[in-house]
Design a protein around this ligand. Structure first.
Ligand code: HEC
Length: 269
């Protein structure tokens, strides 16, 4: 009997070991910080069912994208014959920090850069490869992979020095009323969190789970896709994926969620 159990455990170890589901993927949920100060993750507003899918990495459908992201990370592409992993090493940044520090100020561009934009910059400038389209399977997969390296770490964007004007622009965007409904992000996500809106409980609009897998979309989506959806809800014209407006907003939203654990890939309704 005992030998049989060891046998089964052994097979388990082999299967997980070979299928690329690393020990990182089977993370300790108790170490996650869902509340920090007066800030709470969207996880705390989700239903028990939704939470339980997120809690179980083997049930989380976004792990298909994560696995693809792991492959893209190591894939040699472009004229320079390098992988994104190598490109990241060449510029001397820690990929495991990227998930908590982007959007980040880029001195060469003189403005903020989101994680997606950093990925494409390294692809074009260091690898000599084509940029990924924003909401493509590849971009979502690689962003999920990189942000997942930071899973459990507290959100920690810098808002000092050259970042200040961009931070202020993001804050202003968050507070500005817009659209035919004349509503700001703040109206929904700070003044009405916990209240129902149609079939949804309004959360604080935190970004720590992005890209998140939305059950409604049946696939993961970027934070800019979410911003566009929220803009459309108040009948206001959405901005472009990767627009300066959204990158600055993303910075402000990330700062609002400081201290919350990165949950990528989170599950939301
Ligand atoms: C009319 C109300 C409304 C407005 C205004 C609004 N949102 Fe949302 N937002 C929602 C709803 C509904 C959801 C889905 C349920 C939830 O998480 O609140 C959502 C979700 C989000 C999420 C995902 C949260 C998570 O945990 O995955 C983010 C981030 C977000 N909104 C940011 C914003 C930003 C930034 C703005 C301003 C540009 C904004 N929202 C404006 C209604 C609104």
């Amino acid at each position: 009997m005992r030998n049989q159990i060891y046998g089964i455990l052994f097979i388990f170890a082999i299967v997980f070991g070979l299928s690329g589901i690393s020990s990182k993927a089977i993370a300790d949920q108790t170490a996650m910080v869902y509340k920090s100060g007066d800030r709470s993750s969207g996880y705390t507003y989700a239903t028990k069912e939704t939470q339980s899918i997120q809690d179980d990495d083997l049930a989380n459908p976004a792990y298909l994208w994560l696995d693809e992201g792991a492959e893209l990370w190591n894939k040699v592409e472009g004229k320079a014959g390098k992988s994104l992993r190598t490109a990241w090493q060449i510029v001397g940044e820690y990929a495991s920090e990227a998930g908590v520090t982007y959007p980040k100020y880029n001195a060469k561009l003189g403005k903020m850069q989101s994680l997606e934009q950093r990925i494409n910059q390294l692809r074009t400038e260091v690898m000599g490869a084509k940029p990924y389209k924003w909401e493509s399977k590849e971009m979502l997969s690689i962003t999920i992979f990189i942000r997942n390296l930071s899973r459990g770490k507290p959100m920690n964007v810098s808002i000092d020095g050259p970042v200040i004007p961009f931070f202020n622009a993001g804050k202003k965007f968050f507070e500005a009323k817009r659209g035919q409904l004349d509503m700001s992000c703040m109206n929904c996500h700070e003044e009405n969190n916990g209240n129902m809106i149609r079939a949804n409980t309004l959360s604080e609009g935190q970004s720590n789970g992005f890209p998140t897998y939305r059950l409604k979309w049946q696939k993961p989506g970027s934070i800019h896709r979410r911003f566009r959806g929220c803009n459309k809800q108040v009948r206001s014209k959405p901005f472009k994926y990767g627009s300066d407006e959204y990158v600055n907003l993303e910075l402000y939203v990330a700062w609002r969620g400081r201290g919350l654990s990165v949950e990528t890939p989170a599950i939301r309704n």
